[in-house]
Each structure stands twice: as structure tokens, then as C-alpha cells.
Design a protein around this ligand. Structure first.
Ligand code: BG6
Ligand code: MG
Length: 219
């Protein structure tokens, strides 16, 4: 099947916001007295705000009512949005812009498929909002990754069958979502964590479309 589009996760793939999600969740976990490590944070990557909170509460055996949960989620989000507002264009991840240029040159379409309700703000902060044909974010889906909803919506918005779309992800839940939607997936990050992806790159530095096709075909 010939690939005609790339669907990119946003946080941790296009922009360096994964660290801000980590910092904001850690601040909340510390206040709740819940031990919060980088390894634990891997379970929250790609997952919706409320599901992330539930995972933290469960780990600390903390039981709260819905209103208390809403308040904690809002608290975390306020911290995260403060980080976003202070972010500069320099926080676009290395190699991303030249990779977007290269796939455009190869007539490959581009979409964002993100669980974040702040995706619009993040992409505007780095000035890349006009580089994508379509942005599907957390305000447009009701099922969190590993459910494939966000990627299937992106594929159908582009008018393409899933098999013609290639997903880029930095989260295990996201790789599983791509595969659940019958899409191939490139992991961006640590191969020890992202081993379920079809191929893994450590970043977009020195990566172009030909490299990606070569890696996929050598599998
Ligand atoms: C994902 C992040 O992109 O969006 C998660 O990987 C985050 O860490 C999720 O929890 C939801 O984001 P937001 O901005 O709606 O809280
Ligand atoms: Mg991500």
C-alpha cells in the first residue's frame, strides 16, 4: 500500500511539551503524596487528562468524588497552560520543520492526531498551525488512545483509508492506537520503551521521507 499521509501526535513528537505535562503532573502528584517517576509518567503519555489523573489517584489509593477530580484536573491544566504560554518557537523538536518540508515536497499530506485539548494553543505557540492539512485534537474525540478514534478521524478527514496513513508517536498508548486503527507507526524516542512500533527513530534530526520508507521496507 502506498503511503499518502503522515499523522503526527503533537506532545513529544512535534513540540517539546511532553516535559511540561510531566512537570505539571509531578507537581500535582507531589501535593497528593503520590510517588511520581519518569517511568510512571510513560503510562500517562498519550492518555487523556482525566484518565491520567485516575492513574495517579489509583497508584496512591486515593478515592475522590467527581467534583474533586475535576478540580485537580483543572489545577494541573492551569500549570500546564502557564508553561505553554511561556513557550517559544525554539521548542519545536529538532528536525521537525525540515521533515515537514521534505514530506510536502514528496506530496505527502500532514495531519495532527493529539489527545490534548490544548493542541491548538501549542501548535500556534510554535507557529506551525498552517503546516497541517488537518488537526484532530482532544476536543474532537471521546475515546482516549489506545483507542484509534483520533487517528481514524484524521484519516477520514484527509479522505484516505487508514492503510495509506503513517502515524508518528512518542507514547506506547499512541502506537497501540495506530495499530488498532490498522496503521503503521513510527516511534519517536527510546526504542526500549517504543519497541511495539514498526520502526523507531530517536528524533527527526537527519531524517527525511526516503529514510522513513527505507526503514519501513527493511522490516
Ligand atoms: C497528550 C499527552 O498528547 O495529551 C498527555 O501526551 C496529556 O500527556 C493528553 O495528558 C491530554 O492533554 P490535555 O492538554 O488535554 O490535558
Ligand atoms: Mg505524545
Amino acid at each position: 500500500m502506498i503511503l499518502k499521509a503522515c499523522i503526527f501526535d503533537l506532545d513529544g513528537v512535534i513540540v517539546n511539551t511532553a516535559k511540561y505535562h510531566f512537570l505539571a503532573w509531578k507537581k500535582l502528584a507531589d501535593q497528593l503524596g503520590v510517588n511520581f517517576t519518569h517511568a510512571f509518567n510513560e503510562r500517562l503519555k498519550g492518555v487523556s487528562r482525566m484518565e491520567s489523573l485516575e492513574t495517579i489517584l489509583k497508584s496512591g489509593d486515593i478515592i475522590l468524588d467527581e467534583q474533586e477530580k475535576e478540580e485537580l484536573a483543572a489545577k494541573k491544566n492551569n500549570w500546564f497552560v502557564k508553561y505553554l504560554n511561556n513557550m517559544s518557537v525554539n521548542e519545536t523538536l529538532p528536525g521537525v520543520v525540515s521533515f515537514l518540508d521534505d514530506i510536502e515536497h514528496n506530496h505527502i499530506r500532514k495531519a495532527i492526531g493529539s489527545a490534548s485539548k490544548n493542541a491548538g494553543l501549542a501548535i500556534r505557540k510554535i507557529g506551525l498551525e498552517d503546516r497541517f492539512d488537518l488537526i484532530i485534537d482532544g476536543t474532537m474525540v471521546s475515546r482516549a488512545k489506545p483507542d484509534p478514534e483520533v487517528f481514524l478521524k484524521a484519516a477520514s478527514g484527509l479522505g484516505l483509508p487508514p492503510a495509506q496513513c503513517l502515524v508518528f508517536e512518542d507514547a506506547r498508548a499512541g502506537i497501540q492506537a495506530a495499530h488498532n486503527g490498522e496503521m503503521k507507526c513510527v516511534g519517536v524516542g527510546n526504542p526500549d520503551i517504543l519497541g511495539e512500533a514498526d520502526v523507531v527513530i530517536d528524533s527527526f534530526s537527519n531524517i527525511n521521507w526516503t529514510t522513513i520508507l527505507t526503514l519501513l521496507n527493511s522490516k
